[in-house]
Design a protein around this ligand. Sequence first.
Ligand SMILES: [Zn+2]
Length: 336
Amino acid sequence: MKESDIRPAELLREYLRISASDAEVFFPASQPETRVLRACPACGARAHRIAFHKNGFPLAVCTVCDTLYVTPAPSPDRLADFYSDSPSQRYWVNTFFPAVEDARRERIFRPRVKSVLDILQKMKITANRVVDVGAGTGTFLQEMRNLGFKGTLTAVEANKDLARLCGERGFETFSGMSSAAVLDPAWQGKADLAVSFEVFEHVVSPEDFLRELSVLVRPGGLIMFTGVSGDGFDLRVLGPRATAISPPHHLNFPGRRGMQALLGRLGLKEVLFLTPGVLDVDIVRNALKDDPAAISDAFVRHLIVDCDEVQQNAFQTFLTENGLSSHLLAVVQRPE
Ligand SMILES: [Zn+2]
């Protein structure tokens, strides 16, 4: 898989341009009430250094757990307005996502379902009820059904239009935020497995978010989520040029150490921490194509410019297998 399969260069460039413009409109530095100062979203420490700025937001590195995070971050109220209606969100929903939906179904959602079913089987866990938090169009749930999952598939989705679509596609759906779903007795502690894909990096409080996921599963139930790892190759090499570092959309980039600190604070048990991403080298290659000054490190330049495809693929495999890709997948367990 190449980055352009799921993020065509032209569409990605336009999306990033609109996002940067939205950042100025929705969260202007001249209106401090649109932003909130945060401690480290992983370990809770306040000690940090500012590494760089992106889209007008400072990116801090926690001096305790090395998590990269945005602070001040967008305020939760303004962020809700931003997601309910903004040019970049409209572009994502109306233009970007439809253009890549088929490719993503094949290259992301189907393999994702296979790995979820594989993990459940290896752990000898029977999941009768699954909840997808931030279910979007319901694609993951559809693929679960297509690949033969027989249990009950449910959705929590904050966007009203998407929630309606999940309902129409036959999934029991809570229309609203996960913070509201956890207050509904019909949803508390009901699922054997909660999944959430590419939501973690967007939320102002990952701690609250994971706590909500743990309330949605029964005691002993599993939570599986993906995010963006700050340990990842493309983030470390590209810094501010990394397209995944994109406030106001992406705000949290914990690595392994940050994630362990966060789970420890919540009393959740780490079952698996994987970085199944396969695009890091390709992302760095594309960044160098766009900007010859994107990489200063001599070894990485050599890897990208001079090494052949076999060497680059082997290096990507090394990243994927050793927790060093920027796409992370964690499986954690709520205590019995
Ligand atoms: Zn920290």
